[in-house]
Design a protein around this ligand. Structure first.
Ligand code: 13P
Ligand code: SF4
Length: 311
């Protein structure tokens, strides 16, 4: 504990000295969320990154999020505690395979979920996150054929709410695919008054039984304003930290993964971020994220288009 307290003091000192800002996603551990200057969902974090006047951005999340921050701030230093913090969705779409897939649909526009590499962003017309996907899709005329990548679950969900028939890339989040409908229904049986809330990266059968579907920020807002007392939370367990802080009187039940007796479902990539690594990263200003100038220029357009639509 002492070591952590010292680290926290050191991190605060370095942050000030270097004019650095710490941006953290809701899936990192609670101690790291608490030391972040801003926590948010992917859209909020991208919006914050677009407007910061810090010299250094420290990203506590995963690689594609830090890439987005770098694309929006080519002249700033973007650092990340562990470069191995990837994402199964981003990894599901390698550039060459995606380019070949896209070539099969020359009339289609490409909407890519922000959980993709900078390379995929360069091949996209517009980016979306789970909080603005519906609005981004609806910004295209009904007759415009669309490709949605890389998350087939979010794509399927948006197809169902918009009545579209977007062509979907076959990618998924390894964390959200792990939920078991059976275990969720059992929890509901044991807690009949509970509300099931889920992230749209979950598979269809789960989204069908969910009482509310939304991004991490949308889930937090929903629990805060809901009259319900008990929630079965079907998303990565890091969110319980903020949800618990906002709603100390409510009961939050994490949905368990299907493959173990563990109650929590963690994103191993998000959990690569630790206090120790954050301290080292701030002190040495590395690992630093680098992208090619051309890649930045091409990937910036679809991100800016998203920010414009979501302003
Ligand atoms: P949001 O915070 O945008 O809902 O994204 C969830 C996620 O899986 C990030 O990787
Ligand atoms: Fe990627 Fe899923 Fe982890 Fe989010 S929770 S970073 S989508 S692997």
């Amino acid at each position: 504990v002492d070591r952590n307290l010292n680290l926290i003091e050191e991190i605060k000192r370095l942050k000030k000295e270097k004019n650095a800002v710490i941006l953290g996603h809701f899936y990192i551990t609670g101690d790291l969320q608490d030391i972040s200057d801003y926590t948010g969902d992917s859209l909020g974090l991208a919006q914050k990154a677009a407007n910061t006047d810090a010299d250094i951005i420290v990203f506590l999340g995963v690689h594609f999020m830090a890439e987005t921050a770098k694309i929006l701030n080519p002249n700033k230093k973007v650092i990340i505690p562990d470069l191995k913090a990837s994402c199964s969705l981003a990894e599901s779409a390698p550039k060459n395979k995606f380019a070949a897939f896209k070539a099969k649909y020359p009339d289609h526009k490409v909407i890519s979920y922000i959980n993709c590499t900078a390379d995929i962003k360069t091949l996209s017309d517009v980016i979306c996150t789970s909080s603005n996907a519906e609005a981004i899709v609806n910004s295209f005329p009904k007759e415009q054929p669309l490709i949605f990548a890389p998350d087939k679950n979010l794509g399927n969900y948006i197809n169902s709410v918009t009545g579209r028939d977007m062509v979907l890339w076959d990618g998924a989040c390894m964390v959200h695919e792990k939920y078991s409908l059976e275990k969720i229904l059992k929890l509901k049986e044991e807690n009949p008054g509970a509300s099931i809330i889920a992230h749209p990266e979950c598979e269809k059968p789960i989204l069908i039984v969910a009482d509310f579907v939304g991004s991490t920020t949308a889930l937090l807002k929903h629990v805060e304003k809901s009259e319900k007392q008990t929630f079965i939370v079907v998303t990565e367990s890091g969110i319980l930290h903020q949800m618990g802080k906002d709603n100390p009187e409510k009961t939050l039940i994490p949905a368990p993964p299907n493959d173990s007796t563990c109650a929590c479902n963690d994103c191993a990539y998000m959990k690569l971020n630790t206090m120790e690594k954050l301290f080292l990263c701030l002190e040495h200003e590395q690992p630093e994220l680098h992208l090619a100038q051309e890649q930045i220029e091409q990937a910036r357009k679809p991100i800016e288009k998203m920010l414009e639509i979501s302003a």
